[in-house]
Design a binder for this molecule. Structure first.
Ligand SMILES: Nc1nc2c(c(=O)[nH]1)N[C@H]1C(S)=C(S)[C@@H](COP(=O)(O)O)O[C@H]1N2
Ligand SMILES: [Mo]
Length: 418
């Protein structure tokens, strides 16, 4: 019977046991809670109540709840949140895999259900393991391959998160007390044996263990080392210069940004977005602004003659990478609102791009974002004209907002409550 994975003797590693499962479980309890919270915060940062422009999730119902308009302070808010979400998610992968390895004998346990309670528990584990794998795989694919699911990653990752987290909460409530108990007993058990017999009797402990090839401490170093390696090759994505080059596992955007004032990370290039330079010349391009009092058309030269202001703000992408603060210079969004009849309190705005190719066309901003004096329709960055790849002739830049709301190659802005 030992040839069948459903017989306990099939699993021979002396490392399996409540101690390993408990240590990894406690790490994941903290880590996944942070992932879920930063994920929800990231969702809120899109201002999902500006549906259907910013959030097209079908039938989201109460799962798509939001509690507040996304703030514009502190200006690094989204940068920090998303850096933590993505970098932590990547670095938890070895812990997740080790945790699944530690409990794999249970996947094959027979009979499939000993009781109704046991059957329910196993179904919840299906959602837990399936949900975890689904969230980690969709997340990693999205950041590595730049949106291989056009439009739908957001929906998949969003619904996946709720299924996963529901199962995670149930699992944590059921298992945390035992995990903490196991860890306590483990601390008291000061045997010098590298792989001491587990102080807690469990079906996870192999009845016929092979001789150990690595100590417990060695096993944890192996997992922790994998985690450190992933951390070291990811975290650079949140910084500039040489550090960014250490981010071997993080995406590097659409193109090499080169050096100089426009030499910072590019998401999608003008060529990728299908921007024809003939459309962006001084003669051809007009910004079309619409509001309460009608429509105004402005050339880039006319915009440049309006009062210009500067703001030091980062680009922080949902994929986790960010730039340090760049010096943007342009027209305040609230000054543009004044041009079309909103003198006192500016409303929301719908921003549309020249872009025709790719998933991206438009994004909406909340009134509080329009009102912030740092929110600009930028014409210049770091003292130079925007480059074509960074959105020439004009792009949006908003404090603390996800990069995706900073529309490049702006063609049209429609002010009014959305
Ligand atoms: N028109 C348009 N605007 C866009 C995008 C795009 O693909 N098309 N990408 C957005 C995303 S997802 C990010 S992170 C930022 C990146 O800005 P950058 O390429 O100047 O760094 O631009 C945003 N604005
Ligand atoms: Mo982005």
């Amino acid at each position: 019977m030992t040839r069948s994975p459903s017989s306990p003797g099939f699993w021979r590693s002396p490392l399996r046991g409540p101690w390993l499962t408990s240590v990894l479980g406690v790490v994941l309890l903290g880590g996944i809670t942070v992932l879920f919270v930063t994920g929800l915060v990231s969702y809120a940062a899109y201002n999902p109540n500006l549906a259907p422009v910013n959030d097209k999730t079908p039938d989201k119902g109460i799962l798509g709840f939001y509690l507040f308009s996304w703030p514009t302070d502190p200006h690094w808010l989204y940068r920090l949140n998303q850096g933590v979400h993505v970098t932590l998610g990547i670095t938890l992968i070895p812990v997740l895999l080790a945790k699944l390895w530690s409990v794999i004998p249970r996947l094959f346990a027979l009979p499939p259900a000993r009781s109704l309670a046991h059957a329910l528990e196993r179904i919840s584990l299906l959602l837990l393991v399936g949900g975890a794998l689904f969230e980690f795989v969709t997340g990693v694919l999205n950041i590595q391959l730049d949106y291989i699911f056009p439009g739908s990653f957001y929906t998949l990752h969003f619904y996946g998160a709720w299924v996963f987290f529901a199962a995670f909460v149930a699992h944590a409530v059921l298992k945390t007390p035992a995990a903490v108990r196991n860890l306590r007993r483990l601390r008291e058990d000061d045997s010098s044996d590298p792989v001491p017999s587990d102080p807690v009797p469990s079906d996870l402990v192999s009845p016929r263990p092979d001789p150990p090839t690595v100590s417990r401490r060695g096993a944890l170093w192996f997992v922790g080392g994998g985690t450190l390696l992933l951390f070291a090759t990811t975290v650079g994505q949140s910084f500039d210069g040489l550090l960014r080059r250490t981010a071997l596992l993080a995406p590097h955007g659409g193109a090499d940004p080169g050096s100089g004032p426009n030499g910072f990370q590019i998401n999608k290039t003008a060529r990728y977005a299908g921007i024809d330079t003939a459309e962006t010349t001084e003669d051809a391009w007009r910004l079309v602004v619409t509001g309460r009092t009608g429509t105004v058309r402005l050339s880039r030269a006319e915009l440049a003659r309006l009062p210009l202001h500067s703001a030091a703000l980062p680009i922080a992408c949902v994929e986790g990478w960010s730039t340090s603060d760049q010096w943007w210079r342009g027209v305040r969004l609230r000054d543009l609102a004044v041009l079309v009849g909103y003198d006192d309190d500016p409303p929301d705005v719908l921003v549309e791009s020249l872009q025709r190719r790719g998933a991206f066309r438009r994004a909406a901003l909340r009134a509080n974002q329009v009102a912030d004096p740092r929110s600009l329709l930028a014409l210049y960055v770091n003292g130079e004209d925007l480059s074509p790849d960074h959105g020439f002739p004009a792009r949006i830049i908003v404090s603390a907002a996800p990069g995706v709301l900073n529309t490049k190659w702006v063609a049209r802005m429609t002010f009014g409550d959305l």
